[in-house]
Design a binder for this molecule. Sequence first.
Ligand SMILES: [Zn+2]
Length: 71
Amino acid sequence: MSDIIHNEPGILEEQCPNCGSINSHFDDEGKFHLCHVCDHAWSFDSDDPDYDDVDVDEEYLYSLYGVGNNA
Ligand SMILES: [Zn+2]
């Protein structure tokens, strides 16, 4: 079981969210990061190949950023 993390600007992808170590590697086949220290696995939603295909919901964006067409 791995964590799915929302990738944010400035986040350190190599850093284990479990123990904080950056001693990790990215599994290119499984598309997840694996910590060498505690064996914790994690991945980012932006690593999902469908990430760019998600329909943009303007109401959702409005709730996130407070911007919209009917401001
Ligand atoms: Zn770790």
